[in-house]
Design a protein around this ligand. Structure first.
Ligand code: SAH
Ligand code: SF4
Length: 382
């Protein structure tokens, strides 16, 4: 099974194509090193940090606490560029989806989901996904690469730009919560996801607290403890089945890390206790994993783990081999799980009309690749 994919070195070093340094994605150490490199005093690093991540400055000329000469030097050596929206779609339910173009022309999707109590941004960690969960559209995308920290933080910065959030006071924030539930398996891109989330959690910058961030994994057992210790965010686990033979099919990673090992890693997750439960995601597939016996087994499996569940109605995509469970089956399943002492909210599908719902993310570029490539080749020759 393919797992690790590379983060290309030039991007990892934070250089834009024109050789300028990309500030977005730099952490505090990188800022200190960069400021020293350009011969400035160390305290400038803090000032620059504040402009970049606290205020979301789009240009160096806005950085009024910095000397004009420094602003000019920065404009020459550094860039504040974020991913550019190739598409920006608004759903009838106010969910908004951006398709962001990265410097190498790859595309990733980011979704903003506003509700009365919160605004959640669902971010991607990879272009595509190396795992091939049979119900997930992203898993059918062949091209995969890791995003670097700048491309992850950049999704949040670009979303804030588009929502006009920088100008608002902290009490009026629009993006209050983050979920790493877009394209990709975040624990297969651990270092860059960790770097990005630590930048995002910094109280003097983007300042989204770890309690408002949830990372969803399909069950990369060896990385789960490090996720808790080194990032400290809430964990969601894509369980989806209560028996190994079925989970082997739905989430093929289960063949490597079966249910018992996965649940042991959940019991040991650093910081997990009753007030900070692990969310177990369970996609509702008609006639596949939605029986009453499955619900009872789910309660049994999770007993003793500080857990809550999240039942996700299956979101169909073209050619998907499953159907969503009936509302009656979902209601019955939720009742049994609730009666077993686990909270079992049913996730309301959002943004279905713009292909923004869970598991629907797959960039159109991949579907068109052959044709596009042919067209491009023709175009170049002409
Ligand atoms: N790779 C990570 C995070 C991204 S997927 C993971 O698998 O956890 C985010 C969530 O969407 C996961 O729980 C995933 O199982 C779920 N999902 C994927 N495809 C879906 C679909 N078609 N309908 C509903 N949920 C889906
Ligand atoms: Fe990858 Fe998650 Fe989709 Fe599975 S569900 S293919 S791990 S994105």
């Amino acid at each position: 099974m393919t797992a690790e994919v590379a983060t290309p070195a030039t991007r990892a070093e934070g250089q834009a194509a024109d050789g300028r340094r990309r500030l977005i994605g730099m952490d505090r150490d990188d800022f200190a090193a960069f400021i020293a490199e350009i011969g400035e005093k160390p305290f400038r690093a803090n000032q620059l940090w504040h402009w970049v991540y606290g205020k979301g400055a789009a240009g160096f000329e806005d950085m009024t606490t910095l000397a004009k000469s420094l602003r000019a030097a920065l404009a020459e050596t550094a860039t504040l560029a974020r991913p550019v929206a190739a598409e920006d779609k608004l759903s009838s339910d106010a969910t908004r989806k951006w398709l962001f173009r990265l410097p190498d022309n790859e595309l990733v999707e980011t979704v903003y989901i506003p509700t009365v109590e919160r605004g959640t941004l669902c971010m991607s960690s990879q272009v595509g996904c190396t795992l091939t969960c049979s119900f997930c559209h992203t898993g059918t995308q062949r091209l995969v690469r890791n995003l670097d920290a700048g491309e992850i933080v950049g999704q949040l910065m670009a979303a804030r730009d588009a929502l006009g959030e920088w100008a608002l006071g902290s009490a009026e924030r629009l993006i209050t919560n983050l979920v790493m539930m877009g394209m990709g398996e975040p624990l297969y891109n651990f270092d860059e996801v960790k770097k990005a989330l630590r930048i995002i959690m910094d109280a003097e910058g983007l300042a989204i607290s770890k309690r408002r961030i949830t990372l969803s994994t399909s069950g990369v057992v060896p990385m789960m403890a490090r996720c808790g210790e080194e990032i400290g965010v809430n964990l969601a686990v894509s369980l989806h089945a209560v028996r190994d033979d079925l989970r082997d099919i739905l989430v093929p990673l289960n063949r490597k890390y079966p249910i018992a090992e996965l649940l042991d890693a959940c019991r040991a997750y650093p910081g997990v206790h009753n007030a900070r439960r692990i969310t177990f995601e369970y996609v509702m597939l008609k006639g596949v994993n939605d029986s009453e016996a499955d619900a009872r087994e789910l309660v049994r499996l999770l007993s003793g783990i500080p857990a809550k569940t999240n039942l996700i109605p299956f979101n169909p995509w073209p050619g998907a081999p499953y159907e969503c469970s009936t509302p009656e089956a979902i209601r019955r399943f939720a009742e049994i799980v609730n009666a077993g002492g686990l909270s079992a909210p049913v996730r309301e599908p959002r943004g279905r009309d713009i292909g923004a719902a869970c598991g629907q993310l797959k960039t159109a570029s991949i579907r068109l690749t052959a044709r596009q490539r042919a067209a491009q080749a023709g175009g170049d020759a002409a």
